[in-house]
Design a protein around this ligand. Structure first.
Ligand SMILES: *[C@@H]1O[C@H](CO)[C@@H](O)[C@H](O)[C@H]1NC(C)=O
Ligand SMILES: *[C@@H]1O[C@H](CO)[C@@H](O)[C@H](O)[C@H]1NC(C)=O
Ligand SMILES: *[C@@H]1O[C@H](CO)[C@@H](O)[C@H](O)[C@H]1NC(C)=O
Length: 459
């Protein structure tokens, strides 16, 4: 590729908005340098994307490829928020069916680069055949991928690690000191995820094949925080790993009706005293988990703002209810907000002093970029490992849980909240989180990572 000429880059995320949004953000960064983007996804996902800023509209093309029908997958379901967890394999199967149309598109367009997600195990080979350069975009952090081990091991089923116990200690190839490991109740997930599935392939096989066929891994990670993991990733996968920085989000002012009411409520609270509670848009806690969380918030006596929204596709099938009389009793203490809530605007408000989170990597970054200590309530995938990192760095604390079944009580919820908000005991966490915001919220630092990556693409 000649220097300075403009590139054509294809983006192809997995069908989950937690993946789609970082791919979309990265697309905008690349387009800002004058390069052309084709953002490929299914029609109903494309229709739900945020607006492309007008100055980039001519550079970003949204390419719709219809999702093939698969038995068992609900009509018009295209993204993970549209389905129940049981249907995940059907969605993966349908996703694999995108191969034919995507191949046709690539053959015709012959872009310079394709940047893809963990799922399309078939794609690197196709792209290589047309001479297209290939990057795997890890929207997770480096410790989660490194935890899974070398490329071949991922493809072959995580070598000898087959039982929950094997994942409850740091892997043997990690030579530095770390607390990163799953708890028993979390480890069952990884044992299951390592198994072949109705879609025919485990997630780790998919990611392993994708990595094996890529020239480079790019990761939402930086050298200023837990950088040992980046080096380890390079050793495990024998190819360059380019940190993209943390891609801290831009707060966009808006005068949305929802925000106006939320802001009015927050304006009436004292500075730094509100705990913002949000478990992400994809989680569906059980009735028990929801009850204990609600009662724990109440018991703490601390002001809270709880963004509690059902995943959009599950509105009918997912029916958990708040404890009897809860909403009446907490009037004056907290607010339960059941529709769309602008997380970044809330986190940037002066009244917010801590963030009770499921520890998804985006929320982790968002919370710390505003300097808020984190109260960790992890559920899935990388979230448990992220919570260990939070506790180890003292930028927050983990709500304690029963080690066998992962259950937690209102008391453990309340104790963690009170610890973080306590004038004396909580100080260390609040100070560490403030310190960390100097790294997590540094737009220039993270901007340089993106520049560096785009230079790599150009050369
Ligand atoms: C399929 O994979 C999911 C995670 O991706 C896992 O939880 C589940 O146990 C697997 N199912 C089977 C039948 O192996
Ligand atoms: C990994 O990639 C190499 C080189 O492209 C290829 O020869 C090998 O078959 C791949 N391994 C697997 C398990 O796909
Ligand atoms: C405004 O709020 C609605 C819900 O009240 C939400 O669906 C929408 O995405 C918001 N719009 C913007 C531009 O943030």
């Amino acid at each position: 590729m000649a220097k300075h000429s403009k590139l054509h880059v294809v983006m192809f995320p997995w069908l989950a908005f937690g993946h789609i949004i970082p791919f979309f953000e990265l697309s905008k960064f690349i387009a800002q340098k004058g390069h052309k983007i084709s953002f490929v996804s299914t029609p109903r996902i494309i229709d739900r994307l945020p607006k492309i800023p007008s100055h980039l509209a001519s550079l970003i093309t949204l390419v719709k490829i219809p999702l093939p029908k698969v038995e068992g997958l609900p009509e018009s379901a295209e993204a993970t928020i549209d389905i129940k967890n049981e249907d995940m394999d059907h969605l993966k199967k349908a996703f694999d069916g995108l191969e034919t149309e995507l191949t046709r598109f690539l053959k015709e367009a012959v872009p310079d680069w394709i940047i893809y997600d963990f799922a399309p195990h078939w794609l690197p080979q196709v792209a290589a055949r047309f001479g297209i350069s290939r990057a795997f975009f890890l929207i997770f952090n480096a410790w989660f991928l490194a935890f899974l081990g070398p490329t071949e091991t991922m493809i072959n089923g995580l070598d000898e690690r087959t039982k929950a116990e094997d994942f409850m200690i740091p892997p043997k190839f990690v030579e530095f000191e770390t607390k990163v490991a799953y708890r028993r109740y979390e480890a069952n997930w990884i044992v299951g995820a390592n198994q072949k599935n109705d879609s025919g392939f485990s997630d780790f096989y998919r990611a392993g094949k994708v990595i094996n066929g890529s020239e480079v891994i790019i990761a939402r990670h930086c050298n200023e925080f837990e950088s040992d993991w980046l080096k380890l990733l390079e050793e495990l996968h024998h190819r360059p790993v380019i940190p993209l920085g943390l891609m801290p989000p831009q707060v966009e002012e808006n005068d949305n009706e929802s925000w106006v009411s939320i802001k009015t409520w927050l304006d009436n609270q004292n500075k730094g005293e509100v705990v913002y509670v949000a478990l992400g848009s994809e989680l569906t806690p059980s009735q028990d988990q929801l009850n204990e969380l609600a009662l724990g918030l109440e018991l703490s006596g601390v002001p809270f703002f709880w963004a509690l929204r059902k995943p959009s596709g599950l509105e009918e099938s997912y029916s958990v209810i708040l404890p009897d009389g809860f909403e009446e009793r907490i009037k004056g203490q907290g607010m339960v907000w059941k529709s769309w809530a602008p997380q970044l605007m809330i986190l940037s408000h002066d009244s917010v002093g801590a963030f009770l989170t499921h520890c998804g990597w985006s929320s982790f970054i968002e919370g710390l970029s505003f300097g808020h200590p984190l109260i960790a309530l992890p559920f899935l995938i990388d979230q448990g490992l992220n919570a260990r990192v939070i506790a180890h760095n003292k930028v927050g604390t983990e709500i304690s849980r029963n080690d066998e079944d992962g259950s937690y009580t209102k008391n453990s919820v309340s104790d963690s909240i009170k610890l973080i908000m306590d004038e004396n005991e909580g100080k260390i966490f609040r100070e560490k989180a403030k310190e960390m915001s100097a790294i997590f919220g540094d737009k220039e630092l993270h901007g340089r990572y993106i520049e560096n990556f785009i230079k790599f693409l150009e050369n």
